[in-house]
Design a protein around this ligand. Sequence first.
Ligand SMILES: Nc1ncnc2c1ncn2[C@@H]1O[C@H](COP(=O)(O)OP(=O)(O)O)[C@@H](O)[C@H]1O
Ligand SMILES: [Mg+2]
Length: 355
Amino acid sequence: MGSLLMPLLGSVAAKAGDALVAELLRAWGLAKSRWKLERHLAAVQCILLDAEARSHTNLGVRQWIKDLKSAAYQADDVIDDFFYEALRRRAAKIRHPYMACKVLSYFTVNSPVVFRFHMSWKLKDALETIDELVVEMNNFCFQQHAEAPSVVHPQTHSRVDESDIVGRQDDKEQVVKILLDHNSSNNNNVMVLPIVGMGGIGKTTLAQLVHNDRRVNHHFELVLWVCVSDKFVVEEIIRSIIEVATMKKCDLTQMEAMQKKLSEVLGNKRYLLVLDDVWNEDSQKWDDLRSLLCPDDDGSAHAGPGNAIVVTSRNNQVASIMGTVPPHQISLLNVDQSWELFCRIAFGREVEQQE
Ligand SMILES: Nc1ncnc2c1ncn2[C@@H]1O[C@H](COP(=O)(O)OP(=O)(O)O)[C@@H](O)[C@H]1O
Ligand SMILES: [Mg+2]
């Protein structure tokens, strides 16, 4: 049960933190409820390992975990409702008589006041259940983990089906041009190009499009994708780079050995490295990684011309620490593209084809 509950709690916390959901909750005066939900979820995640261990011998704890699971599903449903309402509001702002009508009726929003009341009530109800579970939790005196497990960030990868992607052609062209121009400038320094924008806007998608672009793969001898996420551990990043480049598991544990292996793997090849979803604001850690990836012009093997690193992050601070060129600020899709994407998600492709 444990292996499922932890990701579920992480996923609810992540959804509650979503920018669209947060904006709607704030507008409806429910910011405090969201804050409380996030706090409670974090507190529960901290003791979950102990609770699960004790549930094998303690019936009360077993029941508590069962209730927690259904409360988490309830909260998940409610947050999904808020998410779709936020999407609906965006769509309704777009004037497109036939589809706007269809979308509005699809979500059956006959009385916005009643609807809003109903949603707020559902959130408060879910929160009340979690409140009660937290009180019970304190009575069980569970042991805390050393470190609170944070929001689950699923690993990303480089594969993308271009036919699923709406727009982003201009963004892709701009990024590809920057990368190829750098290559042709015979510049010995490694370029670090950040792609920044809020969560969910399409940074990873854009990086995938660039990673898979034919011209990019022609110019760079090695094109590597590493998902960094919230754990910026230099050793792990280096190990991932080695594994992705060699397509073999790397069992090395000594930094010295890893650094030699990295030099061997990168050699004199011109490489493009995508570091996806970076959160690290500690410039020292980045300096440590950079010194391994791009040693200064001291004759080191992989300080060759034209190497580039693309970093995606929702944090401008990260971009300013890591970037050697101005970041590519990813823009919102335009009205038509947003509409197309919305219709695909809400109604599938048939509607798009019917039009
Ligand atoms: N232009 C697009 N067309 C279709 N789907 C998209 C587009 N941009 C993003 N998505 C989808 O939206 C979700 C979030 O996008 P992602 O690239 O992971 O955002 P970010 O990295 O900025 O958080 C993904 O499921 C992705 O496939
Ligand atoms: Mg991403």
